[in-house]
Design a protein around this ligand. Structure first.
Ligand code: HEC
Ligand code: HEC
Length: 205
């Protein structure tokens, strides 16, 4: 587990570069200027090329605002479990520098970008097991096999597997708080089920 964490640790220079650009809180900023800074980590148009950074092009407007609000209010991750500048807390620092107007501009921008599913290796057998689990437990909120965002439910299909695996871990350990309707579903699954779902989401191009 430790090896995986280190492997997916974000290069220090990237975090420092990304954060340094967010240290001056001030009046609402031009959305295009902000977008350039997000793209340092989240890739062009929010389609990430690094597996630890999620793609953010696939959110609905409401879902984007909700998620950024969770970071800003320090609800998305229990910061005391992390070292400063760990990849999991970097978004809290960033979101706390942004005004409501900034967030609305960014939500508008990223919710209109084209989401490009990431091309990843997967095990076809696990993926077909995952398809059944998804249909039974997840499709109600993560629509069309997880390819369509609903109001506050993000796209799962084609999202980076290492990122999603970390989110499963954080949600199941209670470190990332989500609605009980969602966490109750996840608690019904075992580790094998989760791997099957991860392979299913990786299989959708
Ligand atoms: C220094 C790198 C870095 C920069 C710069 C950055 N992010 Fe992030 N972002 C991350 C990491 C790492 C995560 C995953 C954090 C987690 O586990 O919750 C993330 C997660 C997110 C998520 C949640 C994605 C999901 O699927 O739930 C959103 C939305 C987001 N970032 C938006 C932004 C926006 C908007 C900007 C620019 C204002 C930005 N980020 C700038 C590193 C960065
Ligand atoms: C009742 C609706 C609902 C159901 C059912 C549901 N989810 Fe979710 N899911 C959500 C919402 C809403 C979020 C965003 C939560 C947040 O950030 O607070 C979410 C977030 C997630 C995330 C984090 C994604 C990211 O980009 O960070 C994963 C992974 C996930 N769900 C997987 C699943 C799986 C797998 C199932 C089925 C076993 C499932 N969900 C069932 C509503 C649901």
């Amino acid at each position: 587990m430790i090896v995986i964490r280190v492997m997916h640790r974000v290069p220090a220079y990237l975090l420092t570069a990304g954060l340094a650009l967010f240290t001056a809180p001030g009046p609402a900023e031009d959305t295009d200027d902000l977008v350039i800074r997000c793209e340092i980590c989240h890739g062009q148009d929010g389609n990430s090329v690094l597996p630890i950074f999620p793609s953010i092009s696939g959110f609905s407007y409401e879902g984007f605002l909700y998620t950024m609000g969770e970071y800003r209010e320090n609800r998305r991750i229990a910061i005391e479990f992390q070292q400063p500048n760990e990849p999991e807390t970097v978004m809290i620092n960033i979101a706390q520098q942004l005004s409501d107007a900034d967030l609305k501009g960014l939500a508008n921008y990223f919710s209109k970008r084209k989401y490009i599913p990431r091309s990843q290796a997967f095990d076809p057998e696990l993926a077909s097991r995952g398809a059944i689990l998804h249909e039974r437990h997840c499709e109600r909120c993560h629509l069309q096999n997880g390819t369509e965002p609903a109001d506050d439910s993000p796209i799962l299909a084609g999202q980076w597997t290492p990122y999603l695996r970390l989110q499963f871990k954080n949600i199941l350990s209670g470190k990332r708080l989500v609605s009980r309707r969602m966490s109750n579903r996840l608690k019904k699954l075992n580790q094998e089920d989760i791997e099957a779902l991860l392979n299913f989401y990786a299989s959708i191009k």
